[in-house]
Design a protein around this ligand. Structure first.
Ligand code: ATP
Ligand code: MG
Length: 492
C-alpha cells in the first residue's frame, strides 16, 4: 500500500493509517508520492470512516489532494524564518554565515557550503572561516580552499562578486580550470553540482555563498529562488558585521583607557626609582666633595646606570606608544638572517661575560628573508636578553634557526628559572612580570614589544617553560614575498 511513497514517509503514512483504522476514526496524513515521470509531489490524504447500516466499520472513503505548492511555500518560509532567527541570535558575522550555510544545506540537498568575503580593501575575496559540510570526506577540500583568494571576475566567487547574479554549474569536477579553478580538488573530493549565490546589502556584495553536492545536477530554478530569497538576509548579516566592529572598537577603547592609566602610574613609578638614585648620588657627591676618587667613581657609575635605565625605559614606552597608535612601521627588505643572528649573538656575548655562553645554529642553512631588521632586532634582543637575565646562575643560551613551509622558525632556549604556568598566558601583556622574578630587575615591557613586532611581520610566538628547568620561545615569521622579488635581490 505504500508503493511509490517517499521512503521516509512510508512509515509515517502506515502509522497514521493503522492508528486511525484501529480506532475507526477519520485521519489526515501528508506524504510525498512519486509520479509517473519520477518526480515526487506532496499529497494530503484524508479518510472518513464508512459504516454499514448495522454500524459495522467498513473501511474508509478517501480523497487525495496535491499540496506541493503549499508545501514548498511552507518550506521556503521555514528556511527563511529559521535562518533569520539564527542569524539574529548569532554572535558575530562569521557565525551568522556559518548558520546560513548550515540551514541551507539542511533544508535542501546541498552537501557542502562555503562563504567568500571581500577583504577590507575590496581587492580580493577571501575564504570566511564559516563553512558547513554534511560529510567528513570534505575536510581536505575545505583545507585546500582556505588557501585560495579570488580576484574580481575570477572563478565562481569572483564572477558573482562582479555580476551580483547566481551561477549554477552542473558538474564542476569536469570543468576546465579556467572556469572553475578548483576542478581537480573537486574531482578528488567527489563534488559535482555547484551553486553560487551573492548576498547583497545596499546593492553591495557582502559575501558569496557557494554550495556543492556529490551528484551532477542540472539547474533547478526553485532552488536558486529559494536560496536567493536569503539574499534578503544580507542586511541582517551585514548588521552583525557592523555590530561586531562597534563591539571591537568599544573593547579596544576601554582597553586603551585602562592601559593609559596603568601606564602612567607604572611608568611614573619606574622612573622614580632611578631618578631617586641619581638625586641621592649627586647629593652625596656634593656633600662630601673631599671623598676619595674610588668612591666618587662609584657614585658616577650609579648615576650613569640610572640614567641609562631611564633612557631604556623611555625608548620602550615610546616604542609601545608607536605600536599602539599604529605608527610602528613595518619596512621589510631582503636580509641575511644568518648574518643577523650571528651578529646579535656576538654583540650580546660581549655584554654577557663568561658566565653565559651564547650559541647560534642554523642547521637548515636558512639565509635570505624579506623581513624588517629593525623589528627583528627588538624581537631577538629582548628574547635573548631575557634568556640571559633570567638565568642568574649562568649557562648556555641557544638561538636556533630553522625553515618550514615558507616560515623561519627562531628558537631561543635557556636553562634558567623558568616561568610558572599561570604567568605564561599573560607574558605578552604590558607590565606583566612572573611571580618568580625575585630581585631580577625589569619592567615587563620587553615581551609586549616583541609581540607587536611579531604581529607586524604576520608571525606567531609561543613559549614552553618549566620552572627551574628553563624556557624556550619559538618565533615563526613568514620568510618572504613573491619569488620575483627574490630574483631582484639575488645580489644579496
Ligand atoms: P623588560 O621590560 O626590561 O624586558 P622584563 O624582562 O621583566 O622587563 P618582559 O621581557 O616583558 O619583561 O618579560 C615579562 C616577564 O616574563 C618577565 O618579567 C619574566 O617574569 C618572564 N620571562 C620572560 N622571559 C623569561 C625567561 N627566558 N625565563 C624566565 N622568565 C622569563
Ligand atoms: Mg625583558
Amino acid at each position: 500500500m505504500t508503493q511509490g511513497l517517499y521512503p521516509e514517509d512510508a512509515q509515517h503514512w502506515l502509522n497514521a493509517y493503522t492508528a486511525a483504522f484501529d480506532a475507526q476514526q477519520p485521519y489526515t496524513v501528508e506524504y510525498r508520492l512519486r509520479r509517473a515521470d519520477g518526480q515526487y509531489r506532496w499529497m494530503l490524504e484524508t479518510g472518513a470512516p464508512r459504516f454499514l447500516p448495522d454500524g459495522q466499520f467498513a473501511g474508509y472513503i478517501g480523497s487525495c489532494l496535491d499540496i506541493t505548492e503549499r508545501k514548498l511555500a511552507e518550506e521556503d518560509n521555514y528556511l527563511l524564518q529559521t535562518m533569520t532567527q539564527a542569524i539574529f541570535e548569532s554572535q558575530d558575522f562569521h557565525s551568522a554565515l556559518a548558520i546560513a550555510l548550515q540551514k541551507v544545506c539542511e533544508a535542501t540537498r546541498w552537501d557542502f557550503g562555503e562563504a567568500w568575503v571581500p577583504r577590507a580593501d575590496r581587492t580580493v575575496l577571501e575564504s570566511s572561516r564559516a563553512w558547513y559540510s554534511k560529510s567528513e570526506r570534505l575536510i581536505q577540500f575545505r583545507q585546500q580552499s582556505e588557501t585560495f583568494t579570488f580576484l574580481p571576475g575570477v572563478g565562481i566567487p569572483g564572477r558573482i562578486w562582479v555580476s551580483k547574479r547566481p551561477e549554477w554549474h552542473r558538474d564542476v569536477s569536469s570543468e576546465a580550470d579556467t572556469s572553475y579553478l578548483r576542478s581537480q580538488m573537486a574531482l578528488v573530493a567527489g563534488l559535482k553540482a555547484a551553486l553560487g549565490i551573492p548576498i547583497l546589502a545596499n546593492d553591495e556584495v557582502i559575501t558569496v555563498l557557494v554550495f556543492y553536492m556529490f551528484e551532477a545536477r542540472g539547474e533547478d530554478q526553485r532552488l536558486i529562488d529559494l536560496i536567493s530569497a536569503s539574499t534578503e538576509l544580507g542586511l541582517f548579516i551585514q548588521r552583525k558585521q557592523t555590530e561586531e566592529e562597534i563591539r571591537k572598537s568599544l573593547v579596544k577603547e576601554r582597553e586603551l583607557n585602562e592601559l593609559k592609566s596603568n601606564f602612567i602610574s607604572i611608568v611614573s613609578h619606574e622612573f622614580r626609582t632611578p631618578l631617586t638614585s641619581i638625586v641621592v648620588a649627586t647629593e652625596l657627591l656634593e656633600k662630601h666633595q673631599q671623598q676619595d676618587e674610588t668612591r666618587k667613581r662609584g657614585y658616577f657609575q650609579r648615576i650613569r646606570a640610572a640614567a641609562n635605565r631611564m633612557n631604556r625605559l623611555l625608548e620602550d614606552v615610546l616604542l609601545i606608544g608607536q605600536g599602539e597608535g599604529g605608527n610602528l612601521e613595518f619596512n621589510p627588505a631582503w636580509m641575511n638572517l644568518e648574518l643577523f643572528c650571528q651578529g646579535l649573538i656576538d654583540e650580546l656575548q660581549l655584554n654577557a661575560g663568561d658566565r653565559h655562553r651564547l650559541t647560534f645554529a642554523n642547521p637548515g642553512d636558512c639565509k635570505q628573508a624579506y623581513m624588517d631588521a629593525n623589528l627583528l632586532h627588538h624581537i631577538f634582543n629582548n628574547l635573548l636578553s631575557n634568556a640571559i637575565k633570567y638565568s642568574p646562575k649562568g649557562g648556555v643560551v641557544r638561538l636556533e634557526l630553522h625553515q618550514h613551509d615558507g616560515l623561519a622558525w627562531f628558537q631561543v632556549q635557556d636553562s634558567g628559572i623558568g616561568i610558572p604556568a599561570a604567568d605564561q598566558q599573560h607574558l605578552f601583556e604590558f607590565f606583566h612580570r612572573a611571580t618568580n622574578v625575585s630581585t631580577i630587575p625589569g619592567t615587563g615591557l620587553g615581551l609586549a614589544i616583541v609581540k607587536q613586532c611579531v604581529d607586524l611581520h604576520g608571525g606567531q610566538i609561543s613559549v614552553k617553560s618549566t620552572v627551574g628547568i628553563g624556557t624556550t620561545f619559538v618565533v615563526r615569521l613568514p620568510i618572504g614575498s613573491p619569488p620575483e622579488q627574490m630574483y631582484e635581490s639575488d645580489y644579496l
